[in-house]
Write a protein that binds this ligand. Structure first.
Ligand code: 13P
Length: 289
């Protein structure tokens, strides 16, 4: 099996499974994600958004992941998730990230193409093996719990025709799409995925691994159905955050005088690990290594 990220994504697409992408901003969640992948033999993306990278530091995230990868000999790839400016994308690429996601989805289509192409060119010049993701469509929400329902507008969704042009003109390796997915979990229920639209996009760009952002709160049935329609990379953040938070609140409630971090963080680590394992099984990404 190739250990090149680009090959792994193509293998996932052709094998009807998806690589998981899980976010972290500190060591406990990272340790939990890696422990789950080690036990299930899963290649994985770990990612830091601009905010998460701002907390930890791009170079320190690279150092942590590289050391773990070496120690365990596991295909763990670090992605600069939702990097929106040229400066932040360059900082991640220069620090040695394996992958960068350019998120210019809020811009006009033409501006999105222009900036994405600029970042692809910079990334490939620095590291020909880097995997670059771009995206089209508009993702609503944020990686949080939302009290209200989030309504998707038809114009938020990725158009298959634009997908063809975007991939051709930017040279991205994988494409983030919007087919009903939102960031976060709506307490009134997340929208259903539009699998018909997914099929149309996959048929328009059959060689391109597709990425689903907003993997939290989507039904298992929709996720399972997306796997044979080109979905090769699924991002999950909110469900990990909630598991970490709820376990921590429960632990400190039961034992309010506990001041030793490795004791009060243990249940959070276990909770995050359980979520990651459940998702990896759902994505079909087990026993790949
Ligand atoms: P969720 O927070 O909805 O899981 O989305 C995460 C994500 O898409 C990170 O890129």
């Amino acid at each position: 099996m190739s250990n090149k990220l680009k090959d792994l994504l193509i293998q996932a697409k052709d094998g009807d499974y998806a690589l998981g992408h899980f976010n972290f901003s500190e060591v406990t969640a990272l340790k939990a994600i890696i422990a789950a992948c080690e036990s299930l033999r899963s290649p994985v993306f770990v990612g830091t958004s601009e905010g998460e990278a701002g907390f930890l530091g791009h170079t320190r995230a690279v150092g942590l992941v590289a050391k773990w990868k070496d120690d365990l000999d596991l295909p763990i790839y670090l992605n600069a998730d939702h990097h929106k400016t040229l400066e932040s994308a360059k900082a991640a690429i220069d620090a040695g990230y394996d992958s960068v996601q350019i998120d210019e989805m809020a811009l006009s289509f033409e501006e999105n193409i222009k900036l994405s192409k600029q970042i692809v060119d910079y990334a490939k010049e620095k590291n020909p093996d880097i995997s670059v993701e771009g995206g089209i469509g508009y993702i609503r929400g944020s990686s949080d719990l939302h009290k209200e329902r989030i309504e998707i507008k038809p114009e938020d969704m990725t158009s298959p025709e634009e997908a063809v042009r975007f991939v051709k003109e930017t040279g991205v390796d994988r494409l983030a799409i919007v087919i009903g997915n939102i960031h976060g979990i709506s307490l009134k229920g997340n929208p259903k995925l539009n699998l018909e639209r997914l099929k149309e996009i996959h048929e328009a760009v059959p060689g391109v691994p597709l990425t689903l952002h907003g993997g939290s709160g989507i039904s298992d049935e929709d996720i399972a159905a997306s796997l044979s329609l080109g979905m090769s990379n699924i991002h999950v953040n909110t469900e990990l955050r909630v598991a970490f938070h709820d376990a921590l609140v429960g632990t400190l409630k039961r034992d309010p005088d506990q001041t030793t971090p490795y004791k009060f963080l243990g249940p959070s680590l276990d909770a995050v690990r359980r979520v990651v394992e459940k998702k990896l099984r759902l994505f079909g990404a087990v026993d790949i290594i």
